[in-house]
Design a protein around this ligand. Structure first.
Ligand SMILES: [Mg+2]
Length: 298
């Protein structure tokens, strides 16, 4: 392991200045960094001080499930202005990607309702479902019929995924010209600290294994997602970006894939779990965004 993560709170004035001089842009994750159920203390102050120090501020979350209204409410509670306008989420990255390749067919979407809303807001036609399947295997043959209108299969956090949907997705993916795109890839999620549960990423993996295809990942930690955030933020040099997150695989992983500097906030990781990770380590770490505020005020 080549990196020894630096605790920002242990830096002297000169060291902290060198840290601040090492980037021009802040990209921040939301859940676990800015808020959990409510906003963490002093997060609004952290971002306004970063702007005062001449940094641009943008946000990048893997969470396509929240509506625009829900995000706007949360940014307001965190006292962050124009948060939603400067936010990139997988549903947006997927839509932007399809736009960039002049996609003109239909999407078969195995995604949450909000992702389908975002796709449709970009003028992309989506087919989805069924949410319920037949009772007998012989009735599943209908899901193995190809549909020439479909030009892409999208997976992004569908909580009602089932055998008919997977069968349809695999049927379309067997045609090599059909694009395979995905948002959040989480194989595991945590409802209680330390208790691992499966996440919707397992279904994306299953569709990929069965069709022998690899998705273009347009959520963290996919490089395509990092590049989309840069494009939307008008940033061209990834080495001048500080990416802030609370998840080693997704956030620090995205930083490594895209070439950002990374700051890990210890909401879900401890110093021990951070140091024991076999392949990925952040450049910097801190307990919370609020803990950095006094250093930014000096
Ligand atoms: Mg997070």
């Amino acid at each position: 392991m080549d990196i020894t993560p630096v605790n920002l709170l242990e830096l002297n004035a000169e060291g902290f200045k060198a840290f601040l001089d090492s980037f021009d842009h802040v990209f921040s994750d939301c859940d676990g960094v800015i808020w959990s159920k409510k906003a963490y203390p002093n997060v609004g102050k952290f971002f306004s001080l970063m702007k005062k120090h001449g940094k641009t501020v943008n946000f990048a979350s893997n969470n396509s499930l929240r509506s625009k209204e829900n995000y706007e409410e949360r940014f307001k509670d965190a006292e962050i202005e124009n948060g939603f306008e400067n936010l990139t989420i997988p549903s947006v990255a997927i839509s932007e990607y399809l736009k960039s390749v002049n996609f003109n067919k239909k999407v078969y979407s195995v995604s949450c309702p909000e992702t389908n809303n975002v796709l449709r807001s970009y003028g992309i036609e989506c087919k989805e479902g069924p949410d319920l399947g037949p009772e007998y295997y012989e009735d599943f043959v209908q899901f193995t019929n190809d549909d020439p209108e479909i030009g892409a299969v999208v997976f992004d956090c569908d909580f009602t995924v089932n055998l008919p949907k997977l069968t349809k997705a695999i049927t379309y993916l067997n045609r090599p010209d059909v694009l395979f795109l995905c948002g959040a890839t989480d194989r595991h999620v945590y409802y209680k600290p330390g208790v691992k549960n499966i996440g919707t990423g397992v279904f994306t993996d299953l569709a990929g294994e069965e069709s022998n295809r690899k998705p273009i990942v347009l959520g963290k930690p996919g490089k395509g997602f990092g590049e989309c955030v840069m494009k939307r933020a008008g940033v061209t040099d990834p080495s001048r970006v500080l990416f802030i997150g609370d998840m080693i695989e997704q956030d620090v992983g995205l930083g490594r894939a895209t070439g950002f500097k990374t700051l890990l906030i210890l909401t879900n990781a401890t110093v021990d779990t951070m140091l024991s990770h076999k392949t990925i380590r952040p450049d910097f770490y801190a307990e919370s965004l609020g803990s950095i505020v006094p250093l930014l005020e000096k």
